[in-house]
Design a protein. Structure first.
Length: 201
């Protein structure tokens, strides 16, 4: 695992931002709002490298961005995703920035394979990290759908009906579902982030 300064990483961060922004703009229709996040890159102090680590993930927000709409923009092998969860049933454990924001230092879950979501959350708290939410998970896998070829993604920062843990897997197409039992599976891992940065932060 390596760390590099923002100055060293600036070109790579801009390239990553541009790639994510194109998809976030297509999803949200808010070009100005998404591009307004770009100056926040200057506040990223260091970038942690390693397999499964992403310096940031753009999370677009808006009243029309339902889980179904988000999943329709997640494409793997030319097959669009589908949500089996109702938006009104899903809540987040942490306070989330209003409007579009950056989830920082995202780990896609491969470090937490075969670990119960409850155990992952406890570890994240010790590490001063946060369990990934449904929107953060969908955004991450939308930008990097190949993640689902490596493992499936638990999203312990959100809940469905108060105690169900949402997750992303692939069963002929990308799917958003939830489970109501706290089990560990060798091919599932919990996504996390090191922080969240919005325009009002």
């Amino acid at each position: 695992m390596t760390t590099i300064t923002t100055n060293t990483a600036s070109a790579a961060l801009k390239k990553l931002f541009d790639a994510q922004a194109a998809q976030a703009i297509a999803l949200s229709g808010d070009e100005a709002g998404i591009k307004a996040l770009f100056p926040l890159l200057e506040r990223i102090g260091k970038v942690t490298g390693g397999e499964g680590r992403i310096p940031f993930v753009i999370v677009a927000q808006g009243p029309n961005l339902t889980l179904s709409v988000r999943m329709e923009n997640l494409v793997l092998d030319d097959k669009t995703g589908v949500s089996y969860l109702t938006d009104s049933r899903v809540t987040n454990l942490d306070d989330i920035p209003q409007g579009h924001y950056l989830a920082l230092d995202v780990e896609d879950g491969r470090k937490m394979l075969n670990t119960k979501p409850s155990v992952c959350l406890a570890q994240f708290k010790r590490d001063k990290r946060y369990g990934g939410t449904v929107n953060e998970g969908i955004s991450t896998v939308t930008y990097e759908p190949e993640i689902l070829r490596h493992h499936y993604v638990d999203l312990p920062g959100s809940r469905c009906d108060s105690d169900g843990v949402p997750y992303l897997n692939e069963g002929g197409r990308p799917r958003l579902l939830a489970r109501w039992f706290d089990f560990a599976f060798p091919y599932y891992g919990s996504l996390s982030c090191g922080g969240r940065l919005g325009l009002g932060a």
